[in-house]
Design a binder for this molecule. Structure first.
Ligand SMILES: Nc1ncnc2c1ncn2[C@@H]1O[C@H](COP(=O)(O)OP(=O)(O)OP(=O)(O)O)[C@@H](O)[C@H]1O
Length: 310
């Protein structure tokens, strides 16, 4: 099986070659806005960019009268991090399923729009096809199907003999994805279920990143990574202190570590991709957020800053 990924070394001691640091010449969304709307015309710089946009999306499951989403509209510029939060049952996962193409909106549209340096659209909107979206559901490790990391990441790759070129291309892309998520120290013959919680999440992400998605969607990326998940931030802090006092720094740090590990990874991915996250873990993710929205019961979405205090 190892040989089917050409360009890789043997399974044992497998390492990924790090690409040179990518220095992005693009502007981030906030600097773009500052430049577009600033008073001085002399500051204007040519900066085309694209934006993922959702317009007036409503959803009723087929055969029902239930309105799960109501005229949802929002936009997220490329390489920025969006967060949707809100009460359980308000419709967040339903929205993600529409964005990933798993169900179709009853009305409204989901597309990518390119803008020119004057801030106006310079192309027709392109519908967002499901192949261009990567989605990692809650507890992705529950859906691992293979006995080795290698089989897990190559599951679904073409198997026929004539597909060598395609496999070589996928192997190179996989190298890059594995680098991105920091899985490069992992042996490929390891059982995915034997990985730590944080590494399982990294593996699930790497699978989605092999073909760089226009939009990466993550549903509750920190869920289940520590037993403290259900607590409020204040009680988490208290319980971590309790854990530190009673069980020592190693146990306390391992609880913080897995979650902080995933947050660090998301921070890193945000430099390369457009990321949309649904989460209840507001305090830990707040520092990454460029745009945020609250989903209200009945499937109404409105823009709102993340309600956390530092
Ligand atoms: N196919 C369906 N038919 C009928 N009702 C549905 C269907 N899918 C979801 N629902 C209902 O729609 C509502 C929104 O569900 P959804 O899973 O999107 O909420 P959520 O905000 O993601 O919740 P949580 O934070 O608990 O994950 C819930 O009341 C759910 O029971």
């Amino acid at each position: 099986m190892a040989n089917s990924i050409s360009g890789f070394n043997s399974m044992k001691g497998w390492r990924v070659i790090l690409p040179p640091n990518k220095v992005s010449t693009k502007l981030n969304s906030s600097s773009r806005q500052a430049l577009s709307f600033g008073k001085s015309q002399a500051l204007r710089i040519k900066c085309d960019y694209s934006c993922f946009e959702v317009k007036d999306v409503s959803y009723q499951p087929p055969g029902t009268e239930l309105s799960l989403l109501n005229a949802v509209s929002f936009s997220l510029p490329e390489k920025s991090f969006g967060l949707i939060f809100g009460q359980s049952g308000s419709g967040k996962t339903t929205l993600l399923q529409l964005l990933a193409g798993l169900s179709k909106p009853t009305s409204g549209s989901i597309y990518i729009q390119r803008y020119g340096n004057d801030g106006n659209p310079n192309h027709s909107p392109e519908p967002l096809s499901s192949e261009r979206v990567g989605i990692v559901f809650q507890f992705p490790e529950r859906y691992f199907v293979a006995d080795t990391v290698l089989d897990e990441v190559t599951f679904g790759w073409p198997r026929q003999k004539g597909a060598v070129e395609k496999k070589e291309q996928l192997a190179l892309q996989l190298q890059r994805a594995i680098n991105w998520v920091g899985l490069d120290g992992i042996l490929l013959d390891k059982d995915p279920n034997s990985l730590s919680g944080g590494y399982k999440r990294r593996l699930a992400l790497a699978i989605q990143l092999v073909q760089i998605p226009d939009l990466l969607i993550l549903d509750e990326p920190l869920a289940g990574l520590a037993f403290l998940y259900c607590c409020t931030p204040e009680s988490q802090d208290f319980m971590l202190s309790f854990c530190f006092i009673n069980h020592g720094s190693k146990v306390a740090n391992s609880l913080i570590g897995k979650r902080a590990d995933v947050v660090r990874l998301l921070k890193h991915l945000k430099r390369e991709l457009t990321v949309l996250v649904v989460s209840h873990d507001l305090k830990e993710l707040a520092a990454l957020v460029d745009r945020s929205w609250r989903m209200e019961m009945g499937g109404f979405l409105r823009e709102e800053p993340v309600p956390v205090q530092f």
